[in-house]
Design a protein around this ligand. Sequence first.
Ligand SMILES: Cc1ncc(COP(=O)(O)O)c(C=O)c1O
Length: 437
Amino acid sequence: MKNYPGKKASALIERDLSVVSPSYPRAFPFAMDHGKGSEVWDVDGNRFLDFAAGIAVASTGHSHPQVVKAIQEQAEKFLHISSDFYHEKWIELSEKLAEIAPFEEDARVFLTNSGTESVEAAIKLARYHTGRSGFIGFLGGFHGRTMGALAFTASKAKYKRGFGPVMDGVIHAPYPNTYRPLLASRKGEGYGETVVRYIEEEIMGRVMPGDEIAGIVIEPIQGEGGYIIPPPEFFPALRELCDKYGILLIADEVQAGMGRTGKWWSIENFGVEPDIVTSAKGIASGVPLGAMIARKSVMTWKTGAHGNTYGGNPLACAAACETIDLIGESFMQNAAEVGAYALDALEEIAAHHPSIGDVRGKGLMIGVDFVKDQETREPAGAFRDRVSDLAFERGTITLGCGESTIRVSPPLNITKAEIDEGLRAFDEAIGIAEKEK
Ligand SMILES: Cc1ncc(COP(=O)(O)O)c(C=O)c1O
C-alpha cells in the first residue's frame, strides 16, 4: 500500500487547483500518466486496476492498439471537415449504428459530441416529430447538464442548484426501484406496474394530459442514480402506455449501452423496442462522440432543423467504427461472461459483509449497495465513500453512484484474473471499513 498522491501528482494537483474550474467533482488524487487495457498508471508510476473506466467510457480498455491505429490513420488524412460535407467514416459509423439499433424498423442516426448533446437532440426531435411539448423523466435519472437534459436529471439537487429555470415541461415519476420502492403496490401488482399506473393515474390524470406528452426519457438501467435494474414487468407496461397515448419511448443508453450489459443496448434485456436511443461514453473508447438514433418514421425533421460543427468528427468516427467492431467480435460476450463471474464473486463477498445490502447487475454494470441496517436498508453513503477510498489505496479504482452504491464498470475486455485482483482489494477495503465502524 502506498501513500497517494505522490510527488508528481501532488504538484499537478496544485497547478490544477489554481487554474481549472472548481466545479469538477474529483474522486481521487489520481493524475494519469498512461493506461493499457484495464490497468492505469499515475505520474508517479503507481499502477491501479480501473474498475471505473472513466465513468464507463473506456469500453475497449485504455488505448486499445486497434483503436489507436484507426485514429492515427485517420489523423494523417484529415482532422475535420464539418457537417456541411460528407466523409466515409461518418457514413460507415451511421451504418453500423443503424445495424445494431434496437428496433426492427430502419434507423436514422444523428451524431453528437457527448451524452448531454445526444439527449438534447432526442428532446428536440421528440418535440418536432410529435408537435407536443411535455415529457416524463424519472427520479434518480441522470441525462446530462445542458439546459434541456438538465431538466430531466434528477439524481442530485446540486446539479440544478443555482441554474434554474431549466427547460419547462418535464415531470418526474419514481424510478422502478424494487429495493427501495417509493410507491405502495396494490395486491397482486408488480412494482413495475405500480410505477406505470402512477404515471397514468397521477401524472397524466392530474398534471399533464397523456396526449400532450412528447416522450418518456428513461435509462433502462439507471446509472448515476445507483445502478438500478427495473423489474421485468416494467418495460412492457411502459411500452404499452406509450403506444396508448402516442408517446415516444426514449432510451438513454449513454452509460448502459454499447455492450456493457452483455447486449448492445440495455433495453434489450427487457424485450421492448424504444423509438429513440441516445448513446455516448463507450461508443468511441474515450474519444468524444455521441449519437441519437431514431426510427426512420420518427426522424422527420427537415434540413437545417438541427446540426452541429463537430458531429461526425472523422477521428471520433474512426475510433467508434473500430470500437463497435471490437465490441461485436468478442467484448460484448466477454462483458456477459466476466460480468456474471464478477456478480457471483460479489454475492459471495456480500455474504460475509453485513454492510452490503444489495448486489445487482447485468454484464459489467454492477452495483454494490451499502446499508446502515440490512432490514431498514438505510443508505450508508459515508461508509461507501470510505470503502471506495480504501480500495483506491489498495490499487483499485471504483466510483460511487446513487446514495450508497459503488459501481463496478470496468472496460468490457477485463479478464477474470483482473476481476479477482480488484475484488480482493475491494473485499479487504470493506473489511477494514467495517472494523472502523
Ligand atoms: C445515462 C446518461 N445520460 C447522459 C449523460 C451525460 O453524458 P455527458 O457527460 O457525456 O454529457 C450521462 C453521463 O454520465 C449518463 O450517464
